[in-house]
Design a protein around this ligand. Structure first.
Ligand SMILES: [Zn+2]
Length: 103
């Protein structure tokens, strides 16, 4: 499905927020209801580690299989949500935590 390209910064931010909302809504299904993040602190509800914990990374990677780009795009959609909710980490640190591991 082709989405219309946003033509303003506001439209781009709205689109980013929608992608983030959809990515968060899909977390339970993607992870099978375990190792999901507690928000807004983004720690794991199962093992208490900073999310995505290792089991969550394994499950997400398995869900996407060879589609590493899809995995990176999905985690990239979660990133702005986490960045808006988490304080105490730099944007670069959060990018590594949420997206960098998918490489
Ligand atoms: Zn966990």
């Amino acid at each position: 499905m082709m989405l219309p390209l946003p033509t303003t910064i506001r439209a781009a931010l709205d689109a980013e927020r929608d992608r983030g909302r959809q990515a968060v809504a899909a977390l339970d299904r993607r992870l099978g209801g375990q190792h999901t993040p507690r928000r807004p602190q983004w720690d794991c509800d199962t093992c208490e580690q900073a999310w995505p914990c290792d089991p969550a990374r394994v499950r997400l990677a398995e869900a996407y299989g060879r589609d590493r780009i899809g995995l990176a795009m999905y985690c990239g959609a979660l990133y702005p949500v986490a960045n808006a909710e988490l304080s105490g980490s730099t944007a670069g640190e959060l990018w590594e935590r949420f997206v960098g591991w998918t490489r």
